[in-house]
Each structure stands twice: as structure tokens, then as C-alpha cells.
Ligand binder design. Structure first.
Ligand SMILES: NC(=O)c1ccc[n+]([C@@H]2O[C@H](COP(=O)([O-])OP(=O)(O)OC[C@H]3O[C@@H](n4cnc5c(N)ncnc54)[C@H](O)[C@@H]3O)[C@@H](O)[C@H]2O)c1
Length: 375
């Protein structure tokens, strides 16, 4: 006997990204007017650092808009807390506080908060609506857009997660004022990545303005530059995501610099920030691309010079054995059939499409060890 269950999904996961300054009142107004459908209670989730800086403002704005049933949940700041354990604790705390399926969630913070809280929203009560209020340049540049949510495991970063789109994203540039210089640099690495993969003019603009954008000592971001950076990052990321939400091929290009970068991040126990590892990963990718002839020596020099101008690292730390780094690359999500795969630049502002139309190419471990060893 056979019983057929006819279930077809027609999904519209479209959402808006608001880019501006001081967006708490806008966000609160949207919540009051149903941006989180069916939510009678709101979980405001932040790490402890972000909560100490911005939770009061968020709560005040929500209350002023008439949204009173809001509970703040926090966890310690830092990548080492983006774990299944932290997610479980958040879920247990929400359950203990009486949260149910008629809840909504606000992820207030950087990429760690939106990745973890977005994942929790996707599984709590089999899914509750959430929005992201982004407070870091890195999250504005990358993490807040695209709906990838996840936690890290001891094996590697971001392996356990969901595609779960937020109902809206708020990129509040004013919050970048309190970011330490190192975090700004980390965000600039993802910004350079976007320029490298999709926009030669934006790369040129970064080259011209980098001295004003990131002054070497303070890394104080020039006000007008912030808007431009936020806008360009969203434009580039969303244009890729809308064409390949589930990363069947094209979306892999957003992984530029991440094959080596993510491996390094895990191997170093998160001592380096995500963007710092991406910067090193971009340099590794440049060395490979030059060997394979998809970029010129001049292109490579320009990428390295831009990373250097931001004060970002570009070399694999000596204490990391190259063979170990390459072995760790097997945990990369692009790996297929036991082969490590890379996405590579094709000149500045373009990505190489390989034979068969794939944007990634399988590379031998010995080749990778030679190239990285000779950097
Ligand atoms: N989902 C995606 O598509 C995607 C893309 C890129 C990166 N990521 C993930 O994003 C994470 C990195 O993001 P991140 O750099 O925003 O990390 P983060 O959220 O840990 O923020 C970095 C640090 O800055 C602090 N902070 C946040 N906002 C602040 C502010 N306004 N002022 C002062 N301090 C502030 C945080 O407490 C934290 O200590 C990684 O886990 C990475 O895997 C995800």
C-alpha cells in the first residue's frame, strides 16, 4: 500500500534591509506593526557586550512603540560561544520564561548573535519569526544578509545550521562608533572580499579612499564612507543570494578566502577574528589564482596592498603547520568526494567559472601545500 502526501511549498522569503543611523525607533515601529507575524512576546537576544551598550536603547524604543512583552536574553561575547551549548541554553531560558510558538526574536549584535539567534529562531517551536539588528561592520558587510544561520563545533565553524531568512535587517551605522579598531578591520576584510569577487570599481574606490576610511591608528571610519561601504556590501551580497539562495553553485563565490580562512580560524582556536582569517584566506587564494593564471601578479599585489593598508594580516602564522592547515580544509562545506575545493578570482571584480560551469575547483593537497608553503 502507498499513501501520497501532496505537499508543495511556495515560499516568499523576501525582506528589506534598512541602512541608516539610529534605527531603533524604526525597528520598534515595525515590530509594533507586525514585522514579526503572530509574535505576542519578543525575545531580545544579544551578547553581553552588545547588551551593555545597546539593549537599553532597544528596550526603550520598543516600549515607546507599545511593545511591552519583551525579555532580554544574553550570552557571553565571542566566537567561542557560538556553540550548540549556548543555543541550547538560550532555548532553555526562553522555555523557562514561558516563550512559546507565538513568539518572535530580535537578534541584536554582530555575526555571532545573528548566526546563533537566527538558528535558534529557526528551530524554537519549529520556527518563530526573527529580525536582525546589526551592530558590526562585519555583520553589515556579510553576516546579516543571506539567511545562513549556524553554530560552530569543535570540528569547524558553521557546520550545523539552517537557511533561515530574517523578516527584516537593520544596519545601524551609528553603532559602529563603539566598535574597537580591530573589529572594524575585520569587517573591512569581508568588504575587500566583496570588491574582489564582484566589483572592480568598488575595489578602485577602496584603493583610493582606504587612507581616509581606515586611519592606521584609530581605524576611525569616515562618515560618508560608512554609508557607501554598507550599501555596496549589501548590493553585492544580495545580488548573489537572490540568484542562488541555497548555494547550489554561484553562491560559493561568497566563500572567497574562506577555504583557508575558516580552517585557520578553527585551528587557531578563534585567537584571530573571522575577518582576519578571511584576509589571510584572500592572500592564500590570490597565490593559488596567480599560480593557475586566473589573476596577474599585479592583481595579487593590489589585493595584498589593500589588505595591508587596512592593517590586516596576510600570512599564515608560522606556528601553524601548512599540512595541518590543508588537512583542515576538508571540513569546508565546498568539499566534495574527499577533494578540497577553492573559488578563485578571475582578475579583480570577477570570479572564475571553471569547465562544466562550476565556480569551484578541486585542488590537490600537495599543490596547496606547495603554494601556501612558498608564500
Ligand atoms: N551567516 C553568514 O552569512 C555569515 C557571513 C560572515 C560571517 N559570519 C559569522 O559572523 C561572525 C563574525 O561576526 P562579527 O565580527 O560581527 O562577530 P561578533 O558578533 O562576535 O562581534 C564582534 C565583537 O564585537 C562586539 N560588538 C558587537 N557590536 C558592537 C558594537 N557596536 N560596539 C562595540 N562592540 C561590539 C561583540 O560583542 C564581539 O565581541 C562569525 O561567527 C562568522 O562565522 C556569518
Amino acid at each position: 500500500m502507498k499513501f501520497h502526501v501532496p505537499l508543495k511549498r511556495v515560499v516568499d522569503d523576501s525582506y528589506d534591509i534598512a541602512i541608516g543611523r539610529g534605527l531603533f525607533a524604526t525597528m520598534a515601529h515595525d515590530v509594533a506593526h507586525g514585522i514579526l507575524p503572530g509574535a505576542n512576546r519578543i525575545a531580545l537576544v544579544a551578547d553581553e557586550k552588545v547588551a551593555s551598550l545597546y539593549a537599553h536603547e532597544a528596550l526603550k524604543a520598543l516600549n515607546a512603540a507599545g511593545v511591552h512583552k519583551v525579555t532580554l536574553f544574553t550570552f557571553p561575547a565571542g566566537e567561542i560561544y557560538k556553540t550548540r551549548e549556548t543555543k541550547a541554553k538560550l532555548e532553555d531560558d526562553m522555555l523557562a520564561a514561558g516563550f512559546n510558538r507565538d513568539s518572535g526574536l530580535i537578534a541584536l549584535g554582530g555575526g555571532v548573535v545573528s548566526d546563533l539567534a537566527g538558528f535558534a529562531a529557526g528551530t524554537f517551536g519549529r520556527g518563530i519569526p526573527f529580525l536582525t539588528y546589526s551592530t558590526t561592520l562585519l555583520s553589515a558587510a556579510d553576516a546579516s544578509v543571506g539567511g545562513k544561520t549556524a553554530v560552530d563545533t569543535p570540528a569547524a565553524t558553521n557546520l550545523i545550521g539552517l537557511f533561515n531568512q530574517p523578516r527584516k535587517v537593520y544596519i545601524d551605522i551609528d553603532t559602529w562608533k563603539t566598535l574597537p579598531a580591530r573589529e572594524i578591520r575585520s569587517g573591512l576584510a569581508e568588504t575587500i572580499k566583496h570588491a574582489c569577487l564582484a566589483d572592480a570599481d568598488f575595489f578602485l574606490w577602496l584603493e583610493k579612499h582606504i587612507a581616509d576610511i581606515a586611519s592606521p591608528k584609530t581605524c576611525a571610519l569616515d562618515a560618508a564612507a560608512c554609508e557607501h561601504i554598507a550599501w555596496k556590501n549589501c548590493e553585492i551580497k544580495q545580488s548573489v543570494v537572490v540568484r542562488d539562495e541555497r548555494e547550489s553553485n554561484l553562491r560559493q563565490v561568497l566563500n572567497l578566502g574562506h577555504t583557508a580562512g575558516r580552517a585557520l580560524e578553527t585551528l587557531m582556536g578563534y585567537e584571530l577574528l573571522h575577518g582576519e582569517c578571511v584576509a589571510i584566506g584572500l592572500a592564500v587564494q590570490c597565490a593559488i589564482a596567480r599560480q593557475l593564471g586566473t589573476i596577474s601578479a599585479d592583481d595579487e599585489k593590489r589585493v595584498i596592498a589593500l589588505l595591508a593598508a587596512c592593517g590586516l594580516p596576510m600570512r599564515v602564522p608560522e606556528r601553524i603547520p601548512v599540512a595541518e592547515l590543508v588537512a583542515k580544509m576538508h571540513t569546508d562545506k565546498k568539499s566534495r568526494g574527499g577533494r578540497i575545493r577553492f573559488v578563485l578570482m578571475h582578475g579583480i571584480g570577477h570570479m572564475k567559472e571553471f569547465d562544466g560551469g562550476s565556480y569551484s575547483i578541486a585542488l590537490d593537497e600537495s599543490f596547496l601545500e606547495d603554494v601556501i608553503g612558498s608564500m
